[in-house]
Design a protein. Structure first.
Ligand SMILES: [Mn+2]
Length: 332
């Protein structure tokens, strides 16, 4: 993969640009896609952003969401944009399978492909890019990308809101160890440019439905298991339990983090049965590597302290299997 600066000459003249991100996009995925979108439009390009699946409700306020295509609802238009593109940007993922539906089309595409991402172990399929796992968020890297092209002055309120959203959500509101001095410098720069951060926090964190809050109460009271011996916590939710409250997958966002708020818990897991899939999310504090854990046992990967995986066994078997692994490896 050539360094990202090498793509700048290619962008000297107006191009058709396709941007995509991972399936089930989060704040960093949409923030980086839209931040890049607004920037490239300002530079005179014709840009199409495609999300592989629907956006979560808490991001629907973001500037530019109305321009995005949702592959699941608009696959034809999405594929047409991909075919017609001169350059392809992939943000906040580093393996085409993370896009689910776009895997084949991206693999087949022959246009120059650019990666901007901070997950571990990128697949060697991009022509240009930045892959820096030490970065707090892909949004921080979009900011770096704009600065590398000497365009800091082009960062307007739209771009600032998008970048801030991804940095905010991927750092757990500036608390995770990836929150470097550079991250705070970035925020200071956005603030000096006039960014209002409080409304963004409200949109993202204070926009719950009553049923979501009640579901959380139920989960914490009835479904959370703590294993003090292993410094671990588990929340496992079957299809039936999820249906009971009729919550969306967006409503389960962040559930995995709750066990970590209990003193002594360093490793938290969420297992959810969705349709015929069993999904797993892992979070940790300190030096327990959940990226490695997800890769070793549950067909997944991600970051050192935040990762995900999928089980190929039934929900009940997966829960039992997980507990067995816990007692085998004895995390502390
Ligand atoms: Mn990210």
């Amino acid at each position: 993969m050539r360094q990202i600066q090498d793509v700048f000459p290619l962008l000297q003249t107006p191009k058709k640009i396709f941007i995509t991100t991972h399936h089930k996009p989060d704040g960093d995925a949409i923030g980086s896609m839209l931040g890049l979108y607004h920037y490239l439009v300002k530079k005179g390009h014709s840009v199409t952003g495609v999300s592989p699946s629907e956006l979560p409700e808490f991001l629907m306020w973001m500037p530019g969401v109305e321009h995005l295509l949702n592959y699941e609802a608009e696959s034809k238009a999405s594929l047409k944009a991909l075919q017609e593109a001169d350059v392809i940007f992939c943000v906040d993922f580093n393996d085409y399978t993370r896009t689910k539906h776009l895997d084949q089309a991206l693999t087949a595409a022959t246009q120059p492909k650019v990666l901007i991402d901070h997950h571990l172990f990128p697949k060697p399929v991009w022509d240009y890019g930045m892959s820096i796992p030490e970065k707090s968020s892909t949004c921080e890297m979009i900011y770096d990308f704009i600065n590398l092209n000497n365009d800091n002055a082009l960062i307007d309120n739209n771009i600032a809101q998008c970048i801030y959203t991804g940095v905010l959500t991927d750092t757990g509101s500036f608390r995770f160890p990836v929150t470097t001095a550079s991250v705070h410098d970035l925020v200071a720069d956005l603030k000096r440019k006039g960014l209002q951060h409080s409304p963004i926090h409200e949109e993202i964190y204070d926009s719950w439905s009553l049923i979501r809050m009640q579901f959380l109460g139920y989960v914490l009271m009835e479904k959370m298991e703590i294993f003090p011996k292993y410094n671990a916590g588990l929340i496992a939710l079957s299809k039936k339990e999820i249906r009971l409250f009729n919550v969306s997958s967006g409503d389960m966002e962040g559930l995995v983090n709750y066990p970590l708020s209990i003193s002594g818990v360093r490793f938290a897991t969420l297992i959810t049965e969705r349709g015929d899939e069993v999904k797993m999310s892992f979070r940790s504090k300190g030096d327990f590597d959940v990226s490695d854990f997800a890769r070793t046992y549950f067909n997944g990967g991600g970051h050192f302290n935040a990762s995900g995986g999928r089980a190929t066994t039934s929900f009940d078997d997966t829960v039992a299997n997980f507990k067995q692994i816990l007692s085998d490896i004895h995390p502390r």
